[in-house]
Design a protein around this ligand. Structure first.
Ligand code: AVJ
Length: 323
C-alpha cells in the first residue's frame, strides 16, 4: 500500500552539498575551528541520535516525554490547533502525545513534520500516516533556518520545537530564529518550545559523554559525513570526543580533538586543513536555560510566555508562548 502523505524537498541535493561546502570551508579555516551541528544528521547520525535518547545518562528526551505525558491535554486545550508543525521532528516519537491530545480535543486536521533527515522524516511520516487515519501529513525536508513549515498551513497552528534543539543555536542565531517565528505566527497560534535547564555540570557532561561511547560515535560520524560529502580523508581514530561545560555561556560544548598533528585533505574543496596535536574542532553547542532567560528572549522577539512546565525532577522545561 502506498503511504498517503506528501513529502516536499526544500533541500535539493545540490543545495545540501553547497551548504556543506560553505560551512566546511568557513568553519575549518576559522580559528577556533567550528562546524554547525546540522551535519550530524545523515541516516547513520540520525540512528545514533535515536540511540542517544535511550542512554541512561541522556535524560532530556525522557524528561520531555514525562512533561508531554502529563501536559499534552492542557497544551491541546490551550491552543486547539488545527495544524501541528514540528521542527526537527526526527522520529516523531513524542509527537504522538501531542497528536493524541489534539485529536482528543477534536481540532486536529494536519501534521507538518520538518527535518533535514529525509530518512528519519520518511519513517516518521509513514508511521504517523498509518496510525492516524484521516490526518493530512505533509512532510518537509528542510533546514528550519530557511523554512518554518508554516507556509500554506491553516491555523490555529501549534509550532513545536522540541528536544532542546534551540540550544544548538548561538545566542544571535537564537534571537534571529525566535524573531522569525514571532513574525510568522498569527494570533491564535502558539510556539511549544523544549529547553534543557541549567543543572549540576557533572550530570550535564555525562549526558554528552556517555559510558557506552554512543555520543562519541555520533560526534565522530560528522567526520564520515565530511569524508563522503567532500571527498575528505579525516581519520576518525585521530580524533577524540570531548564534552565540556562552559559556565560563562551556560552551554555544553562538544568538540573533536586531534590526538596528534594531522593534515586533512578535502578534495572537493581543494583544501588542506592542518590540525595541531590537541587542537579542537567545535561541533556543537547545547545551551541550557533558566526560566528568566527563556522568558526574556521570547519577549525580546515579540512572544509572550504563557505556560512553563518542568518534569518533576526539574531538569527540563516545556514552554508555551504566543505572539
Ligand atoms: C537534539 C540537539 C537537542 O543538544 O542535546 C545529543 C543533540 N548532541 N547528544 C542535544 C545531542 C549530543 C541534542 N539535540
Amino acid at each position: 500500500m502506498t503511504p498517503d502523505f506528501t513529502l516536499d524537498r526544500r533541500l535539493p541535493e545540490h543545495h545540501f552539498t553547497d551548504a556543506l561546502r560553505t560551512d566546511a570551508s568557513q568553519g575549518l579555516t576559522a580559528r577556533p575551528k567550528a562546524l554547525p551541528p546540522v551535519w550530524f544528521y545523515d541516516a547513520a547520525g540520525s540512528d545514533l541520535f535515536e540511540q542517544i535518547t535511550e542512554l541512561p545518562e541522556y535524560y532530556p528526551t525522557r524528561a520531555e516525554h514525562e512533561i508531554l505525558t502529563a501536559r499534552a491535554p492542557e497544551i491541546a486545550a490551550a491552543v486547539r490547533a488545527r495544524t501541528l508543525v514540528e521542527l526537527g521532528s526526527g522520529s516523531s516519537q513524542k509527537t504522538r502525545l501531542l497528536l493524541d491530545a489534539l485529536r482528543a480535543e477534536g481540532s486536529l486536521r494536519g501534521y507538518v513534520p520538518v527535518d533535514v533527515s529525509e530518512s528519519a522524516l520518511r519513517q516518521a511520516a509513514e508511521s504517523v500516516t498509518a496510525d492516524y487515519p484521516g490526518l493530512e501529513v505533509h512532510a518537509l525536508v528542510a533546514d528550519f533556518h530557511q523554512h518554518l513549515g508554516l507556509d500554506g498551513t491553516r491555523g490555529p497552528r501549534l509550532l513545536a520545537f522540541l528536544g532542546g534543539t534551540i540550544g544548538n543555536l548561538l545566542p544571535d542565531q537564537r534571537a534571529a530564529f525566535l524573531t522569525r517565528v514571532s513574525g510568522a505566527l498569527e494570533p491564535g497560534d502558539a510556539l511549544l518550545l523544549g529547553t534543557d535547564l541549567v543543572k549540576d555540570p557533572a550530570t550535564l557532561v555525562a549526558a554528552y559523554d556517555d559510558s557506552a561511547g554512543v555520543t562519541a560515535a555520533f560526534n565522530k560520524n560528522l567526520l564520515t559525513v565530511l569524508n563522503h560529502g567532500l571527498d575528505a580523508d579525516f581519520d576518525p581514530d585521530a580524533f577524540q570526543h570531548v564534552a565540556l561545560w562552559d559556565p560563562k555561556h551556560e552551554w555544553i560544548e562538544m568538540r573533536l580533538r586531534a590526538t596528534r598533528p594531522v593534515q586533512v585533505k578535502l578534495r572537493e574543496l581543494d583544501l588542506v586543513v592542518p590540525f595541531e596535536g590537541g587542537e579542537d574542532l567545535r561541533t556543537e553547542i547545547s545551551a541550557k536555560f533558566r526560566q528568566e532567560r527563556v522568558r526574556s528572549e521570547l519577549r525580546r522577539s515579540g512572544l509572550t510566555l504563557r505556560n512553563w512546565w518542568t518534569d518533576p525532577a526539574g531538569r527540563y522545561a516545556l514552554s508555551l508562548s504566543s505572539p
